[in-house]
Design a protein around this ligand. Structure first.
Ligand SMILES: NC(=O)c1ccc[n+]([C@@H]2O[C@H](COP(=O)([O-])OP(=O)(O)OC[C@H]3O[C@@H](n4cnc5c(N)ncnc54)[C@H](OP(=O)(O)O)[C@@H]3O)[C@@H](O)[C@H]2O)c1
Length: 346
């Protein structure tokens, strides 16, 4: 099969489109014929570039932290899946989840594309318990993006922030992946009042288009003053961050109202941010970090997408062989939306 293999850290050109042996599904695994895999700023691009904190993986490695496609082969002791099933898989593949589904999976755990071969390939083997069935109405490209971002955003807003209908939430990085998804979950699934904030008018407009009630450009406006104006001085109930921009987050934090909650699963523009502890205790604020997701939410996330309540922002779909170009596009920080690689296109 063809795959994108990382043999050394470096610029996008180190990504090689190579012929490698087909993976053979082990006990408790399925093999997926990949139709879509997403390209990510931290997990793929920073890892490939060899940034110090991402140098854990053992090379050579097939990149790609998710995939959507069709079950192509089934290993021993897999009861749930049949060849031809439409599935997606992503993220951490914990043995505890696998233990519950009775598949007896005892193979390697950890994220695909980091600890085990990933989805930038024509074929990938994953634990059967890590796969999720795709609704008929969801195509592979959208499904891969949904699985990559929606469960994390869903977990943060639903379970960590416990955002309620009618509450006001500030979504930072409104034009980004977790931001654009967060707006739609907060508005279309929970029924909250949504303020979309971003560093450009274009990205604020995207947030408004996705359903946000208000928009703030924190590149040109004082985010604290704007929030207090919008909320009549009350402040926001939830601050959904995921960026840790030291120039913006401290001010936004000061607009959290009584019993406010700051939630986050990312810090790519930080990680160090100044926090006003006086405001923290006076307003009884909680700050919670929570990467990952709750596996039980996956069917709800996919159903919300199939119903059109959550529309992923896809900038471009490229053949797998153009992975280096995809990495350059993500690094350029110019686009709006996700780059998806499709190995069936070459
Ligand atoms: N499954 C997931 O999605 C998941 C799970 C766990 C953790 N995360 C983490 O969550 C974070 C957000 O992920 P994402 O995919 O939503 O990110 P993203 O779309 O690539 O970026 C989000 C926003 O961050 C701002 N930004 C980007 N680069 C920046 C820089 N160098 N300096 C300052 N601001 C910058 C941009 O907004 P403005 O310019 O408009 O401010 C951008 O729209 C990442 O750190 C990621 O690792 C994601």
């Amino acid at each position: 099969m063809k795959a994108i293999v990382l043999r050394e850290y470096g610029p996008p050109d180190v990504l090689r489109y190579e012929e490698v042996p087909d993976p053979v599904p082990r006990d408790g695994e399925i093999r997926i014929r990949v139709h879509a895999a997403t390209v990510n700023r931290v997990l793929d691009v920073s890892l490939r570039a060899g940034h110090e904190q991402y140098r854990g993986p053992v090379l050579p490695l097939i990149l790609g932290v998710d995939c959507a496609g069709v079950v192509d082969a089934v290993g021993p002791h897999v009861g749930r899946w049949r060849v031809g099933d439409r599935v997606a898989a992503a993220g951490v593949m914990p043995l505890e989840t696998c233990a519950e589904d009775g598949s007896g999976y005892k193979g390697p755990q950890g994220m695909m594309g980091i600890k085990r071969p990933g989805g930038f390939a024509e074929l990938v083997a994953v634990p059967a318990c890590a796969a999720v069935a795709l609704p008929e109405r969801l195509d592979f490209h959208r499904a891969a993006v949904i699985l990559r971002h929606v469960p994390t955003a869903w977990n943060l807003l639903m379970h960590v922030a416990e955002l309620k209908r009618g509450e006001t939430v500030l979504i930072m990085g409104a034009g980004g992946n977790l931001g654009s998804i967060g707006i739609q979950i907060a508005k279309n699934v929970i029924g909250a009042r949504v303020i979309a904030a971003a560093g450009s008018d274009e990205r604020v407009q995207l947030g408004r288009k996705l359903g946000a009630d208000f928009g703030i450009n924190y590149g040109t406006q004082n985010i604290r003053d704007e929030i207090l104006r919008i909320t009549g001085g009350r402040g926001i109930d939830v601050l959904y961050d995921n960026i840790a921009n030291p120039a913006v987050l401290p001010l936004a934090f000061l607009a959290l109202g009584m019993d406010g909650r700051l939630v986050t699963a990312g810090a790519h523009a930080g990680p160090n941010v100044e926090i006003n502890f006086s405001h923290l205790y006076h307003k009884r604020i909680t700050i919670k970090g929570r990467p990952g997701y709750t596996p039980a939410d996956l069917p709800d996330c996919l159903a919300a997408a199939a119903e059109g309540k959550i529309v992923p922002q896809i900038e471009r779909v490229l053949p797998l062989s153009r992975a280096a170009e995809a990495h350059r596009l993500v690094e350029s920080h110019e686009g709006q939306g996700k780059i998806v690689l499709d190995p069936t296109l070459g």
